[in-house]
Write a protein that binds this ligand. Structure first.
Ligand code: SF4
Length: 382
């Protein structure tokens, strides 16, 4: 089973913390859509398996005209096998959500919305330069629930000047509505973003790791009481509402990324498209894929598996490590994990032969995974 990811490289305005690829100039959007449909056709043989999921991410896919979304979905259906398709997700922002659009999206076969709410408080939204207000966030969520059952809400925690009570209120607003899926991320200061500059100039207070950690554990506790499963570090779902797209990605399924800056993976080769909108359109129109490819070594694949699996509730399977990479990788992993098991940050399940992060280690998962990476070549087959 496989997935197609479509990167829509446009946003109405730039959020202060964002380092994704997007442009606020929509002039080229019609040409862009033509180019993306052409890219789908040019790459139709790269994904022989039937599609399980289509994901519109970005950028802000919800600013696209419905005809453009229709054009993309039709191009995918024309060139790929979609009999087993389970999920079509659209990332959308509150300011774009209207009854008309919700109707249109549903008619296109979109069956899951991922709404970029981030916070219900105006002051937080202003600090991050989001377009929507807290009131719009609430109204759009309530409206979306009239049309879609499968909804995910994005929240950001660790926001400077946000009180504990406000963070708890953000969580309650979601749980009271029984929204089935939540993705929550710590506010991260990426280099060369507006947030980075404002913090350096002391216009915005610095982001506090301690605050982010406290918010994260508050979230885990509250959502577990409300029956959500913490199935990946940043993702929580009610039973039956795991994201098909993300789960496929975390479990190593192949996916094809269409559009500027989109990444693809077929189990052996990772590739990524040029992120410049103009260069992307020109290359496609000349019949050339604007793509760079990297053949993954066994060591790269091991590191990647460790990073993604450790973030999931299923953890790292030692049997899979042996089968896919060989016994010396298994020995290496166990040796590197030992200290963290003794510190109580990782836990080993004897029966299942899996290595997972413990509750104590959850906030440190990326650092723990990198401690398990194989950095240097250990033998001729690595
Ligand atoms: S809407 Fe999303 S992609 Fe666009 S600037 Fe904001 S965070 Fe970045």
């Amino acid at each position: 089973m496989a997935g197609v990811y479509i990167h829509i490289p446009y946003c109405s305005q730039a959020c202060h913390y964002c380092n994704f690829h997007f442009s606020t100039q929509l002039k080229s959007s019609a040409q862009m859509l033509e180019a993306m449909c052409l890219e789908i056709e040019m790459r139709k043989n790269e994904l022989p398996q039937s599609l399980k999921t289509i994901y519109f991410g970005g950028g802000t896919p919800s600013i696209l005209a419905v005809e453009h979304l229709h054009q993309l979905i039709e191009a995918i259906k024309k060139h790929f096998s979609v009999e087993a398709l389970q999920e079509i997700t659209l990332e959308c922002n509150p300011e774009d959500i209207t009854a008309t659009k919700l109707n249109d999206w549903k008619a296109l076969g979109i069956n899951r919305l991922s709404i970029g709410i981030q916070s219900f408080f105006d002051k937080d939204l202003k600090l991050m330069n989001r377009i929507h207000s807290g009131k719009q966030a609430l109204e759009s969520l309530d409206l979306a629930m009239d049309y879609f059952e499968n909804i995910s809400v994005d929240l950001i925690y660790g926001i400077p000047n946000q009180s504990d009570a406000e963070w708890k209120q953000n969580i309650t607003t979601i749980t009271d509505r029984k929204i089935p899926h939540i993705s929550a991320y710590a506010l991260t200061v990426e280099p060369n973003t507006a947030l980075d500059r404002f913090i350096a100039k002391e216009i915005i207070p610095p982001v506090s790791d301690a605050q982010a950690e406290a918010d994260f554990f508050e979230l885990i506790e509250r959502l577990s009481i409300d029956g959500y499963e913490h199935y990946e570090t940043s993702n929580f779902a009610k039973p039956g509402f795991y994201s098909v797209n993300n789960t496929a990605y975390w479990t190593g399924a192949s996916y094809l990324g269409i559009g500027p800056s989109a990444h693809s993976f077929d189990g052996e080769v990772r590739s990524w498209n040029n992120r410049n909108n103009h260069k992307y359109i020109s290359a496609i129109n000349e019949g050339v894929l604007p793509i760079e490819r990297e053949q993954l070594s066994l060591r790269d694949k091991y590191n990647e598996y460790v990073m993604t699996a450790l973030r999931t509730k299923w953890g790292i399977s030692l049997d899979q490590i042996s089968a896919r990479f060989g016994e010396h990788y298994n020995d290496y992993l166990q040796k590197m994990a030992q200290n963290h098991i003794e510190e109580g940050l990782l836990s080993y399940d004897q029966e299942m032969k899996t290595l997972s992060v413990s509750s104590k280690g959850k906030f440190l998962v990326d650092g723990l995974a990198s401690d398990l990476f194989l950095i240097e070549l250990q033998s001729s087959n690595s």
